[in-house]
Design a protein around this ligand. Structure first.
Ligand code: SF4
Length: 259
């Protein structure tokens, strides 16, 4: 069986296979063990965010994330998931008559095998979107993939985890997303957009009003931000960004899984 190094974002799994939160210095790059992908769910739906919104898409949700954003709506993906061989995952995704695939999480780039899965999906002719938190380096991602890079605002509680070198690596076909929790988050996003010339450098800059999220087991929860307020701020400042709502939360109940 193929042997790989377990990526730093996960601590050593106990016999139960459960994953822990955050990096562990003693274990960094130290565990050599067969590492299939840990998959939370694979499903077919319509894309709910980004410029690909509304397009039919196969989603591959990987288990685990080193962050704990207060508004996280996929807390169930922090630990739940089954270990699956990459070839098995690839076979299932390609069984859908659908050209668009999103690799998401959790944090999809925290599992090194994901980089190979992305390449294999691209080789098979699929268009691949990667929804990533910004906390894990995107170097090594196949350049044919479309990265949708979160830049965490202060309101997320995880802004300090941002790896800003990911912004330097943005390509013209990538997108950037800010989840805006407040007026001060909006001002942070506005200044980051200007400072890093994001509108000029990538396909789209997305400003998304945070959706109300109840307190969870590991996340603090969040009050929603009025989309009208966000739209008014963007218009008043004349920003060339796109205000986006999460389409899947409009079509289905906001807490619905697998959509
Ligand atoms: S980065 Fe994404 S998956 Fe991870 S805690 Fe934040 S919102 Fe949830």
């Amino acid at each position: 069986m193929e042997v790989r190094v377990l990526f730093w974002a996960f601590k050593r799994a106990p016999p139960t296979g459960a994953l822990f939160h955050g990096p562990c210095a003693e274990d960094s790059f130290a565990i050599e063990t067969p590492v299939p992908l840990r998959i939370n769910e694979i499903f077919h739906s319509v894309q709910g965010e980004s410029t690909w919104m509304g397009a039919p898409c196969v989603f591959v949700r990987l288990t685990g994330c080193p962050l704990r954003c207060g508004y996280c709506d996929t807390e169930y993906a922090f630990r739940q998931g089954a270990m699956r061989e990459r070839a098995d995952v690839l076979r299932e995704v390609l069984s859908y008559d659908c050209d668009l695939v999103e690799i998401t999480g959790g944090e999809p780039l925290a599992q090194r095998e994901a980089f190979d899965l992305i390449r294999e999906l691209l080789d098979a002719g699929r268009t691949v979107l990667i929804e990533t938190s910004g906390a894990i380096g995107t170097a090594g991602v196949d350049p044919r993939a479309h990265i949708i890079l979160d830049i965490k605002t202060p309101g997320s509680g995880e802004a300090a985890r941002m790896d800003w070198s990911n912004v330097d690596r943005l390509r013209a076909h990538d997108e950037v997303k800010f989840v805006i929790c407040s007026r001060s988050d909006y001002e942070f996003a506005r200044e980051a957009t200007r400072t890093h010339r994001l509108v000029e450098r990538c396909r789209c800059v997305l400003f998304s009003p945070v959706h109300e999220q109840p307190r969870g087991v590991e996340i603090g929860g969040m009050q929603g931000l009025s989309p009208r307020d966000l739209a008014a701020w963007v218009l008043a400042d004349g920003l060339r960004v796109r205000v986006q709502m999460q389409l899947h939360k409009i079509i289905w109940e906001p807490q619905t899984r697998g959509v």
